[in-house]
Write a protein of this length. Structure first.
Length: 164
């Protein structure tokens, strides 16, 4: 637990258009993504790292959701190397430094935007308290933001509602 980040902020990608094959965000989703660029730093501090699951032909939504945040912050890396099914790998990389310099993320603010169907497993892999998040994630929940923070040897899980 000594390598645990200061905060891990996890949320679902913004709203997508009604057309299933449309990779863009809906107008409401674009507004939410823009709002996140100020909401995250104002409420949780400036992120040190931003993660979104790897874009595919079927989905750019997580990347498009964090892009305004990334563009508003100078020098903050955006990582999109991990496919959405590899949530355990991203958790191991962040918490234990697997494949990374040891302690790279310790004491840092980490932002993660993911596909909603995989967020419960991602939260579990990050050590979130069981029962403190929905499983499965509701299809209509675009506003929940979960913050994980270490308190001694346990991870405290707090839910925030992004009012947009």
């Amino acid at each position: 637990m000594h390598d645990y980040p200061r905060k891990i902020i996890v949320f679902r990608h913004a709203e997508e258009p009604a057309h299933e094959n449309d990779q863009r965000l809906s107008p409401i989703g674009r507004g939410r993504a823009g709002y996140l660029a100020t909401y995250i730093p104002r409420n949780f501090g400036k992120p040190d790292y931003i993660f979104a699951c790897k874009p595919t032909r079927q989905g750019l939504h997580p990347l498009l959701t964090v892009l305004p945040l990334f563009e508003s912050l100078e020098g903050v890396p955006l990582n999109v190397f991990c496919p959405h099914d590899f949530h355990a790998l991203i958790a191991r990389s962040i918490i234990h430094g697997s494949g990374m310099p040891s302690g790279k993320y310790a004491g840092r603010n980490i932002v993660i935007c993911w596909h909603h169907s995989k967020i419960p497993a991602l939260l579990a892999s990050l050590g979130a308290e069981p029962g403190k998040y929905p499983d499965p994630w509701p299809d209509d929940d675009f506003g929940s933001v979960y913050v994980l923070a270490r308190d001694n040897d346990r991870v405290i899980t707090t839910r925030y509602e992004m009012m947009f």
